[in-house]
Design a protein around this ligand. Sequence first.
Ligand SMILES: [Ca+2]
Ligand SMILES: [Ca+2]
Length: 124
Amino acid sequence: MQVKLVAALAATGLFMSACGDKDEQRAQADANAVGFVPPSVTSRLDFGASMERRFRTLDRNADDRITKDELPAPNARIKAFDRNNDGIITAIEWSEGTLAWFDRMDLNRDGTVTSEERAESRKR
Ligand SMILES: [Ca+2]
Ligand SMILES: [Ca+2]
């Protein structure tokens, strides 16, 4: 993203005129380094596996259901997984819910969610 933007600015000549000053250039480079988040890519399989682990952690009594008392705090996203609204999230509701969540984040439908897609879906 950052690289594309810089390339686009350089191509239009804006980059050179905006960053003529060396100190300014250096300050921008430092800011970029501090705010840098390494890009990550999560596959649907990895996501499902880590969500499965999360389910197991939440399901303290290991009965394959997450009941209200097993949720640390009211959570709208997790509550939405409870499709039949019985206040209990079964393992099936959990896996369907988490995969549907993944698919909503996977904007270009390639089976992976990049950090950019994740950030974009957070904005929505
Ligand atoms: Ca349980
Ligand atoms: Ca339910």
